[in-house]
Design a protein around this ligand. Structure first.
Ligand SMILES: NC(=O)c1ccc[n+]([C@@H]2O[C@H](COP(=O)([O-])OP(=O)(O)OC[C@H]3O[C@@H](n4cnc5c(N)ncnc54)[C@H](OP(=O)(O)O)[C@@H]3O)[C@@H](O)[C@H]2O)c1
Length: 256
């Protein structure tokens, strides 16, 4: 099985790193030259990775074709490419829906939309896919945890949550900067915050709590520091604002 990537940006980099460190069986990986720096870097990691100049050549040589391009580029280039019926096309493109992809791809091959995120480079994290597909499910289960979604409308909720990646990292950034301003070395501050939140997430994911609500309750001592922090943030509507932004992102995804 050969794997081809159209668009070698951040998400392709993460997925390819996940693949080469996984048990996925493949013969060759073909990458598009763009982005030059990333394609050069990835091809230096593994002898089975080849960088090609021509998107059509990548498609012709591959069984699984991944679309790792932005929606704007996708709308421009996909319709100019020729696919075969036997192809499985996996699109990472956030705002091109299945029907639109079918229109651009023309031929009746298998098309699946997937939402990997950068932790896939480490072989962890959920990968929602739509529509359900056994082969694609098994593939992503080797570098993460596939979630099959049977309805595109529902999948947009998962796309919405994927937009919380940068806001989440900004929380870590903000808190690290706060520590740094208080006099802690910047690297030490970042190491502390990232390992703190890694531990908290692992605890939430691996330990058995009835639900997250229970975890929030158990994380507060009456009249303690966590109770105060939570109360203050709630009073300032911080969590309500997460809901507002989620709704705005969902609205944008639906309109496209
Ligand atoms: N980043 C994520 O965590 C993530 C997660 C899930 C889904 N996605 C989706 O995945 C897609 C890519 O996101 P990204 O963050 O990886 O973006 P990105 O880093 O900007 O990568 C896009 C890549 O496409 C290349 N490109 C532009 N025109 C091309 C062409 N004609 N032929 C081949 N390649 C071309 C660009 O090369 P140049 O640099 O040379 O222009 C760039 O390397 C987006 O639709 C995004 O919504 C991203």
């Amino acid at each position: 099985m050969n794997l081809g990537f159209i668009g070698t940006g951040e998400i392709t980099k993460a997925v390819v790193k996940g693949i080469i460190n996984s048990k996925i069986k493949y013969n060759k990986i073909f990458l598009s030259k763009r982005n030059k720096i990333i394609s050069k870097y990835l091809s230096s990691l593994n002898q089975k990775i080849y960088v090609l100049n021509d998107n059509q050549e990548i498609i012709d040589k591959s069984n699984l074709v991944f679309l790792g391009i932005t929606p704007k580029v996708g709308k421009k280039i996909i319709k100019k490419l020729n696919f075969k019926k036997s192809h499985i096309v996996i699109s990472f493109i956030s705002t091109i829906k299945l029907n639109e992809l079918k229109k651009y791809i023309k031929i009746k091959c298998t098309i699946v939309r997937a939402i990997p995120l950068p932790p896939i480079s480490l072989g962890v994290g959920p990968v929602p896919i739509f529509p359900a597909n056994k082969k694609v499910k098994n593939f992503f289960n080797k570098i993460g945890k596939t979630i099959e979604i049977r309805n595109e409308k529902l999948s947009l909720n998962f796309w919405t949550m994927s937009s919380m990646m940068a806001p989440y990292y900004e929380i870590l950034n903000h808190l690290s900067l706060w520590l740094h301003k208080k006099g802690l070395n910047k690297i030490k501050a970042e190491n502390y915050i990232t390992s703190l939140f890694l531990g908290l997430s692992k605890n939430a994911y691996q330990n058995k709590y009835k639900n997250l609500n229970e975890l929030v309750k158990k994380s507060q001592t009456p009249k303690g520091l966590n109770e105060q922090a939570l109360k203050e943030l709630k009073k300032m509507n911080v969590y309500k604002k997460l809901e507002i932004t989620s709704n705005n992102i969902l609205r944008r995804l639906k309109d496209k």
